[in-house]
Ligand binder design. Structure first.
Ligand SMILES: [Mn+2]
Length: 252
């Protein structure tokens, strides 16, 4: 098999922004187009909630590139983040490739075996960072009741307005994670600690997630933790071939 390309946390707000250009650059990158598996690990979009046709129009190029990858027999996993969720039918309705069955929409982390090693891949917001309030918030927001509200009751504009507000709240709460030069220290340590606990429970060789916005590669005694960080800042993605991991730049 070919390699695995992984990306998360691009936070595309609109088609006109630089973040969207980075997303498309990733999907057209020769390393990615020759991979056998591509993982989108959440928060690809800053706000993509629900199955609204507006997203099909705004992000037509994104869905087009997904079809392109599928046409090349590439298996795709699109994991929900805490900024993009309740959107499974949007993907299923929009994708046109004859290989649509290679597309997997995942509501939570996945365990996979590659090259005889166990990989756990997730967005990273489910790991226990010692914030019970946030845990309850994500459980409610990702619930089937909210899914029903968003996809059957509320109109696009209302969801979009609430989402923009929630996204602003989240940015304010996580302000340091986006701007502080010290963000490395606290967040990195917090994630390493939480990940090492998770790895002990899951028993995986590779633990790969995003969400922290802090790029990291950390050898545990019994596994490897990888995080591609905040893409608009790092301008790189993760590539793994034969259990060897490298960050590939998106600048070229
Ligand atoms: Mn996140």
């Amino acid at each position: 098999m070919g390699g695995i390309s992984i990306i998360s946390d691009i936070h595309v707000a609109e088609a006109a922004d630089e973040h969207y250009a980075l997303l498309l650059k990733f999907m057209q990158h020769p390393v990615v187009t020759s991979s056998s598996n591509v993982f989108f690990l959440g928060d690809i979009f800053d706000l993509l909630v629900g199955e609204f046709q507006e997203y099909q129009t705004s992000f037509a190029a994104f869905f087009h590139e997904l079809d392109h990858l599928l046409d090349k027999n590439i298996t795709i996993y699109y994991l929900e983040g805490n900024h993009d969720f309740h959107a499974e039918n949007l993907f299923l309705q929009t994708l046109k490739s004859k290989n649509k069955k290679l597309f997997h929409y995942c509501r939570r982390g996945v365990e996979k075996y590659f090259w005889d090693k166990k990989y756990y891949l997730s967005h990273g917001d489910e790991i226990d960072l010692g914030d019970p309030g946030y845990k309850i918030y994500t459980q409610v927001i990702r619930s089937s009741v909210v899914n029903l509200l968003i996809n059957r009751v509320l109109p696009y504009q209302v969801v979009s307005d609430i989402g923009a507000w929630a996204s602003g709240q989240s940015k304010a709460r996580n302000h340091d994670r986006y701007t502080s030069p010290d963000r490395e220290k606290g967040t990195k340590a917090l994630f390493r600690q939480a990940v090492s606990k998770e790895v002990a429970v899951i028993g995986c060789d590779f633990f790969i997630c995003g969400h922290s916005h802090v790029k990291d590669r950390w050898d545990l005694t019994n596994g490897l933790y990888l995080n591609n960080g905040y893409v608009p800042l790092e301008k790189s993605f993760l590539y793994i071939d034969n259990n060897r991991a490298a960050f590939v730049t998106l600048n070229s």
